[in-house]
Design a protein around this ligand. Sequence first.
Ligand code: NAP
Length: 331
Amino acid sequence: MEQRRWERLGRDLGVVGLGCWQLGAGWGAVSEDDAMATLHAAADAGVTCFDTADVYGDGRSERLVGRMRAERIADEEEPVFVATKMGRRANPHVPEAFTLEAFRAWVDRSRANLDMDTLDLVQLHCPPPSVLDSDQIFDALDELVQEGRIAAYGVSVETCAEALAAISRPGVVSVQIILNAFRPKPLEEVLPAAAAAGVAIIARVPLASGLLTGRYDESTTFPAEDHRAFNRHGDAFDVGETFSGVPYEVGVQAAREIAALTPPGWSTAQLALRWVLDQPGVSVVIPGARNPAQALDNVVAAHLDPLPQATLTAMAEIYDHHIREHIHARW
Ligand SMILES: NC(=O)c1ccc[n+]([C@@H]2O[C@H](COP(=O)([O-])OP(=O)(O)OC[C@H]3O[C@@H](n4cnc5c(N)ncnc54)[C@H](OP(=O)(O)O)[C@@H]3O)[C@@H](O)[C@H]2O)c1
């Protein structure tokens, strides 16, 4: 698989990773057997970057990633890099909760879940925006590195403004942001700023929660415990995390037009992922998968040719026609 350099980490990682939210909770049922098979299938296919969080299934996702890592650790040819997140266990989720003491407790729980002495990367998990203005909070993150609890830290953000604030922090190794054909705004300022600063970009929600696979239609339903049912209007967390914030019926229609652009022999998921990988400044794309077949289909995107300009232009027109008015000013 193509490797891209994470400058501030001093390390190369494969361009297609695996999002492991599905393996925790929030996407309907995924059995432990399916979760483990998905993790190993991805790693067998060359995935090195696994994105999880302490709150996904209240630690279930981290524990399964930790088990997979332990099962493969003997093979130094296949390094597993774990990017986890902290901060969403704060209740209330306010800047005052982001203390060194809380960080140590959250990180120590993730170290136990993942069975790792030093965590590879810990991302602040979409913190309240004012957290990004606090020198004290970034000093606390530096302290965690000094202590050896974590090797590096990054920030997962909702908006382009938050991404730019995170990139300006010298210790930030990576910024995770929603980037897909329905969310192209980071191409304007965030990706160039990250590239100039040597900050890695982790592109999340690349399939717009599955919309950009072209599989859903107006009659598709999701289980009650799936955020695509319970967070469709932002009742539980930022509505931008569900279908990228695009109203469902609008997204289905736009996805239909994008699916019509799928090159012969490709899946529409691969088209959507290739769009992300073709954007300069992207370090890794982390599609979520609920089974090995999805994970393997997604890995293929790393081996496909860049999209022709005509396809990129057509996708931009679909965005302008259907999506921009719902998205551009907000995130
Ligand atoms: N705040 C944050 O930091 C944050 C927020 C959101 C996500 N994330 C991270 O980003 C990762 C990716 O985002 P996401 O999982 O929200 O959305 P996504 O990757 O855009 O969509 C994932 C969904 O797409 C469908 N899918 C995936 N591969 C497919 C394939 N090859 N063919 C057909 N369908 C396919 C599956 O839908 P079905 O379930 O319908 O099969 C899957 O659940 C997450 O797992 C998580 O690690 C982080």
